[in-house]
Design a protein around this ligand. Structure first.
Ligand code: PMV
Length: 337
C-alpha cells in the first residue's frame, strides 16, 4: 500500500495583514506549529477513520480533490495549528493536502506549484484574500510580498484579477516572538469583507490601507538594519491602524497593552476579530505571564522552520501507527510557556 505524508507550517504576520489583500507590502513568518496529513487510496473518502462524503470535507480539501481529479482517499489529519485564530491554519491544511494528493497522483510537489494550488483552494473557499498565508506556509522560513527584492530572493508571482503579488524570501534577524491566543475564533472571510466594505465607502479607510503598506515597507528596512526598537514601534503602530479599521477587539487590545512594557512592540496577527496577537520581545516569559493574566494562551514560537514537506512510502499499518505516535510529540498549539 502506498502512503503519502505531507506537512506544512502555520504562520504569523509581522506587518501587512489586510492591506496585503489590496496588493500592499507585507511580511509573514512560518512557525513551528504544523498541519500534517497522511493519505492512501481507498474505495471511499475517510477522514481519521470516519467515513466522509466529499461534500462534508473541508471546502479547501474538496477544491483540491476536484481540481486534481483524484479518486477517493483515506485521510488522516493531525492539525497542530489552532483554527480561526489568525495563524494560517487553513493555508497549512491546504498546502499539506495539496502536496499529499499531488504526490499521490504523480504531479509536481515543488513549493511554487503547491503554493499556487493552495491559494486557489483558499480563494475558492473564502471568496477573497491574498496569497500571503499559502505562500508563507509553502516556502516556510519568512517571506515578504510586494517589497523591493534582489533577484536571487524572488520566489514567485501570483495574480488575481487586478491584484498581483511578488513573493520573495527574506532573512529575519534573531528575534523572539510570543503569540497570545484570545481563544476567540473568528473566520477570515467576513473580516476581509468588512474591511472591503469600509475601504470602498470611506476615503479615510483606504488611506489606512495605504499607511499599513508603508509601515510594512518601513518594517523591512528596520529588519535589514536589525533595528528591533524601530520594528517593534512599527508593529504597535500597525495594531492601532488595524484597530481603526475595525478588525481588533477588546481582548486583543488589552493583551497588546499588557505586554508592551516587556516588548519592543505588539499587534494582532492575521485577520483579527479575536484570534491572536504577537509580541516582539526579549522577555518571552514575562510576556507569556501577562498574556495568561489577561485570559489568553501564550505560545513562545520558533521560527526558521521549513515549508511544505511531502514523502511517499510503501508500507503497512505499522508505519501508520509509528507516524501517529511521532505526531504525538509535535507542538500542539497549546501553551508553549
Ligand atoms: O487570519 P488568517 O490566518 O486567515 O490570515 C488572514 C490574513 C489577511 O491578510 C487578513 C487575509 C489575506 O488573505 O491575506
Amino acid at each position: 500500500m502506498t502512503y503519502v505524508s505531507a506537512s506544512a507550517p502555520g504562520k504569523f504576520v509581522i506587518l501587512g495583514e489586510h492591506s496585503v489583500v489590496y496588493g500592499k507590502p507585507a511580511i509573514s513568518v512560518a512557525m513551528n506549529m504544523r498541519f500534517s496529513i497522511r493519505v492512501k487510496r481507498s474505495d471511499r473518502y475517510m477522514v481519521n477513520n470516519q467515513p466522509a462524503a466529499p461534500y462534508n470535507m473541508s471546502p479547501h480539501m474538496r477544491y483540491i480533490s476536484d481540481k486534481i481529479g483524484t479518486s477517493p482517499v483515506s485521510i488522516y489529519v493531525d492539525g497542530r495549528v489552532p483554527s480561526g485564530s489568525g495563524l494560517g491554519s487553513s493555508a497549512a491544511l491546504s498546502n499539506a493536502y495539496a502536496a499529499a494528493i499531488s504526490c499521490l497522483e504523480g504531479l509536481p510537489t515543488d513549493e511554487e506549484s503547491i503554493a499556487r494550488l493552495a491559494y486557489e483552494a483558499e480563494y475558492a473557499a473564502q471568496g477573497r484574500g491574498s496569497p500571503m498565508d499559502t505562500s508563507a506556509s509553502a516556502h516556510g522560513h519568512a517571506i515578504a510580498l510586494n517589497v523591493p527584492y534582489d533577484d536571487e530572493d524572488f520566489l514567485w508571482h501570483i495574480d488575481n484579477g487586478e491584484r498581483s503579488w511578488d513573493i520573495s524570501k527574506i532573512d529575519v534577524p534573531e528575534m523572539h516572538f510570543v503569540i497570545g491566543n484570545t481563544g476567540i475564533k473568528a473566520a477570515t472571510g467576513p473580516l476581509v469583507e468588512k474591511v472591503r466594505e469600509y475601504t470602498e465607502s470611506s476615503r479615510f479607510a483606504s488611506e489606512i490601507i495605504e499607511e499599513l503598506g508603508d509601515v510594512a515597507l518601513d518594517g523591512m528596512k528596520a529588519m535589514k538594519n536589525n533595528d528591533l526598537e524601530e520594528l517593534g514601534a512599527l508593529m504597535t503602530y500597525d495594531h492601532r491602524l488595524l484597530s481603526i479599521l475595525g478588525v481588533s477587539c477588546n481582548e486583543l487590545n488589552h493583551m497588546v497593552d499588557a505586554v508592551l512594557p516587556y516588548s519592543y512592540g505588539a499587534k494582532l496577527t492575521g485577520s483579527g476579530g479575536g484570534g491572536c496577537m504577537v509580541a516582539l520581545t526579549d522577555r518571552p516569559d514575562k510576556v507569556s505571564k501577562e498574556i495568561r493574566a489577561h485570559g489568553g494562551t501564550p505560545y513562545i514560537v520558533k521560527t526558521g522552520v521549513p515549508g511544505v514537506t511531502v514523502k511517499m512510502r510503501e508500507g503497512d499499518g505499522r508505519n501508520r501507527r509509528r507516524w501517529r505516535q511521532k505526531k504525538k510529540g509535535a507542538p500542539t498549539g497549546k501553551s508553549k510557556e
